[in-house]
Design a protein around this ligand. Structure first.
Ligand code: NAD
Length: 362
């Protein structure tokens, strides 16, 4: 099977970390007999430098014709101060809109070998912490009607509107239930149904969709309680599904309990292909070109790509297990070397993970 992968390395550390994900995918290819055809395209600051705009039409076209898109990161000081629609980050918004990506999946995993990195106390993070936040990305209050009165009037006002339709809720709920069916089988739907009408509809629709997934346990939680429970007992969560704004906040909270930005991947999915896979961090201009960046978030984004866009669950497991083994052996990039270990650079970390993939026995 040949998979077409559009590769956007981007700016800053982007090229260094994406190169390592490709090294690991090449090892997967040898091991599993699947093959990848990589097409490199430009987006972000490097596209501004070459074409004068952050998301050239040709880049979007190649992405649309691919099975999935692997992205490093975009932006940096060189392009700061450009007008809003011509910044590298405008390329990101453009590609998400252009590919119709309405679901954002962000796992937050605490690795045994990095447990000390979590800001939470031992005892709270003792068990397995592996949470997937599924956030609705193109609806809700960020896209609803808004308005503001004239500035400085005595009763000055402003408003934003939270609005969700049944199809919007149904499709994100399905993504969550499908994801849970490949994990521990628990969906927690987060809303504010004690106050908001839109949340009451959210709850009704998620409950209705759950009937199609009899093997999955569904529970509902108010967002204020969910914010507390993530700190109090994060081990109870498997998949969290929620609205755009609640997901924005809770996915940041969940990722921070792991304590390591260089480790966290993400996926953005729409209807059908292609999905977009990228680390949650930015282009880290402060360490670009120094072989210091942690490539693991990007390597794990490639694993998500195998699982969610290509249906290659076995290959995805292979990568995730290889990362665990490399960490268990004590190898660390400098951002995660809290208590020593063998500190390695970006390229060596990529090589070690690829080697573990090749070594896996099955
Ligand atoms: P950042 O995530 O790039 O960096 C924050 C801090 O984390 C820095 O100290 C950096 O060195 C460190 N860091 C980040 N990723 C790392 C990794 N893989 N390994 C080791 N350390 C890592 O955030 P920032 O500094 O706020 O933004 C820098 C640029 O990235 C800006 O231009 C911003 O707009 C852009 N950005 C892009 C994306 C994206 O492409 N999706 C996301 C966020 C920020």
């Amino acid at each position: 099977m040949d998979y077409k992968i559009a590769v956007i390395k981007g700016d800053g550390i982007g090229p260094e970390i994406v190169d390592q994900a490709i090294t690991v995918l090449e090892a997967v290819s040898e091991k599993c007999g699947i093959s990848f055809v990589f097409s490199e395209v430009l987006m972000g600051g490097c596209a501004i430098d070459k074409y004068g705009l952050p998301l050239p039409e040709s880049t979007l076209k190649t992405c649309k014709e691919s099975d999935s898109v692997l992205l490093g990161a975009v932006g940096g000081p060189k392009w700061e101060g450009l007008p809003g629609d011509s910044t590298p980050e405008a390329g990101l918004l453009g590609i998400r809109a252009g590919l119709g990506l309405y679901a954002n999946l962000r796992p937050a995993v605490i690795y045994e070998a990095l447990r000390e990195a979590s800001p939470l106390k031992p005892g709270i993070v003792d068990g397995k912490i592996d949470i997937l936040v599924v956030r609705e990305l193109t609806g809700g209050i960020y896209f609803g009607e808004r308005g503001r009165s004239e500035k400085g009037t005595p009763n000055e006002w402003a408003y934003d509107t939270e609005k969700y339709s049944v199809p919007e809720i149904e499709r994100i709920a399905r993504i969550a239930f499908e994801a849970a069916s490949k994990r521990r089988g628990i969906v927690t739907s987060v809303d504010k149904a004690n106050v908001l009408e839109s949340s009451r509809l959210w709850r009704e629709v998620v409950t209705k969709v759950s009937k199609d997934y009899p093997g999955i346990a569904l529970n509902h939680m108010y967002v204020d309680n969910a914010a507390m429970q993530l700190i109090r007992n994060p081990g109870q969560f498997d998949v969290i599904v929620t609205t755009n704004m609640f997901g924005d906040i809770l996915s940041d909270e969940a990722s921070m309990i792991t304590g390591s930005i260089g480790m966290l991947p993400s996926a953005s999915l729409g209807s059908g292909k292609p999905g977009l896979y990228e680390p949650i961090h930015g282009s880290a201009p402060d360490i670009a070109g120094q072989d210091k960046a942690n490539p693991i978030a990007t390597v794990l984004s490639a694993a998500m790509m195998l699982r969610y866009s290509l249906g290659e669950n076995f290959a995805a497991d292979l990568i995730e297990n290889a990362v665990v083994r490399v960490l268990d052996k004590g190898y660390r990039t400098s951002d995660i070397a809290y208590y020593g270990g063998t500190v390695v650079g970006t390229r060596e970390m990529g090589r070690l993970i690829a080697e573990e993939v090749r070594r896996a026995e099955f």
